[in-house]
Design a protein around this ligand. Sequence first.
Ligand code: BGC
Length: 792
Amino acid sequence: MGGLNDEVLDERLAERVARLPLDRKVRLLTGASMFTLHGEDEIGLAPMAFSDGPTGVRGLEFTGGPLTCLFPNATLLASSWRRETAAEVGRLLAEEAERQRIHVVLGPTVNLHRSPLGGRLFEAYSEDPLLTGHLAAAYVAGLQDRGVGACVKHLVANESETDRSTVDSVVDERTLREVYLLPFEIAVQDADPWSVMAAYNDVNGVPATEQDHVINGILKGEWGWSGLVMSDWFATKSAGPAANGGLDLVMPGPLGPWGPALVAAVQAGEVAESVVDDHLHRLLRLADRVGALDAPRAWPSVVPDPAGAVRREQLLRLAAQGMTVLANDGALPLARENRIALVGRPALETTCMGGGSATVRAPHQVSIADGLREASDRVTVVDGVAVRSRPRPSPSGMRVRLFGGSGALLSDRHSEEARTIVGLPGEDLGEPVARVELSTPLPAGATRIGVLGVAHARVTAGDASHEVTLESVSNDIGADVLQPPAWQTDVVLAEPAELVAELTGDSMVAVGLVAEPTPPSDDEAIAAAVAAAGEADVAVVVVGLTEEEETEAADKSTLALPGRQDELVSAVAAAAARTVVVVNAATPVLMPWRDEVHAVLWAGLPGQEGGHAVAAALLGEIEPAGRLVTSFPAADGAAPAWDVVPTDGRLTYEEGVFVGYRGYAARRAPAPAYWFGEGLGYGSWEYGEVSLDGRVLSVDLTNTSSRASREVVQVYLQPEPEDRDDQPVRLVGWSTVDLDAGERRDVDVELDPRALRTWADGAWHPLTGGRLLVARGLGDIRGEVPFTPPTP
Ligand code: BGC
């Protein structure tokens, strides 16, 4: 947008800034609501709208917003290792944003997979900064080419969720630069994102929202970036220090720590008015870029329907191609004539997305059971063991009636969603909500009923009535929204009844009902699965995590699969002729049964077309050509970085630059179960001669299989032995290539100089020496060549 050259634009923006008095400038630097900004007619500024992000455009509501596409989660998308995939996602998200008149999408997330326990890993791409940076740059370009802004988040060292708004991430400068800032740097240099989000945490004792060193010094200074830095939601802790530290915009609004306090700080001389002017200048530049300055933006009138055929094809393909074959003795792809016993709770209740701000209201979420049944008429589905430790909100929706203290009915609506939010500040219902009534019809039979929320609740179904008090366990509103306290019980109804929960209390935020047929006990489920497996040609067991683990605002404490899922796999494997395990999780899990089964397909959190995508991958209609984006530890604790619980408020990144595969390769942790970069696909590959010409490595590659297949040629720099205590092995480039059966090609891999340098004594130094390894993950090295740095 804009169309003027930078200098002319800057003059024009400066003139607008100068037109406003201080208080009106400052007003624009805090949001107007949860996801919108103020407009200002006098300077031609229209209100802008932001939306999460990153794998679906949720809209302006936290829950109850419009139906919108649910994309595969970030690790699944990243597992394709394809920049084209990230760019396509960016383009599609831009269209989704355009349909909802959203100017900025709050993504991509470029924090790294430091400890595998991090709750939010599912939203971020990888443990590797180069892979993350390149994918992020492609995503940003895809979005912004259509005039929708990206927001690269969260700057910086925000790799876990425990005490996230107070934790101090302690990271040395070299590690910060070489590892955690690198994805931001690549995104900034290669795609110029129009905004960046400053994180909740502190970095080396200074809040991320006041990081003069990172924001002013590096991002805006060294990198010369002209975009806008907004705070994470409710993250800003001060007026003067944050404004001086480079933060441009406080989110959300309209309240917050700036406003009059920032005006006063300017009047007191603590903040120069030119600092405020620069923040506003950047905000106006963003507005110009997204079409919110002067001429109103023309939004396209036709965007594909989120549930329509166009999106279904795109989202199915994007999900299936990233799925990753971790083991396969020939059981995959499944033969068409196979009789399949499909087993497991996640087969029926597939987790298609993670929890938190990345959640969207999808038009549908196809379960693996439905997807596979549609693809084959030889499938028997058997429920599995419990996978949740908390009650699951009913997916079938409910009636929601809100009453005020006077007894007046304030609102009567149907919620399609299992959880709904009541009584948010700013929701004008005439009076505060004092009582909530949730209801839904129940069929006769064995039924699980319950309620979620921070409230006192009376729950009735048929003749039975229960009184429960649900107290906040966290005293954190964010956690109460994402994981409200809950209660449930199993009843048997002689006839259909109405489930009604009446909730009262002062702290009601997210409320919901539990209403589902009572599932089998774990023992019953295992017995039924074993019986079905014995009668089939192949058992497909789906195991996984849910949004209880794959979530914002909480970390994990183990990588073990929840409940008795491991026991289920072993029991089925002992009974079945062949056993294939599908892992429905975004992040590493332990697989103690890996030697008992014939194949393992890692399926991520596959988005709205999830079940169709898993079916296509299992049957080989789309090659699951993914490669892992993060190493899978062999046991709890067996990782270069593990603990996510701060000590005295500090979380020290002790492993330094030896994070992920870099640390495993340096033997700083026992070898992983699966390496970063590992993945079999359905082809087989012969690697021939490797050569290096300047910054381009070439390798002679042949697809030796009888099907077209996709390979990811990965190149790592391994330093000289004497340097290996200080310099880790690292990914320095890769190429994805599609070859027909039997096809041979010279594949070029461009090495990125930003991975071929080290930070010491306050400056970058190019690396020299060592060897370039060509590998399918560092557990499977296929070739090498000495590294001779290119002459400048
Ligand atoms: C998350 C951000 C998100 C924001 C707005 C925060 O809780 O950390 O990633 O964009 O909420 O929903």
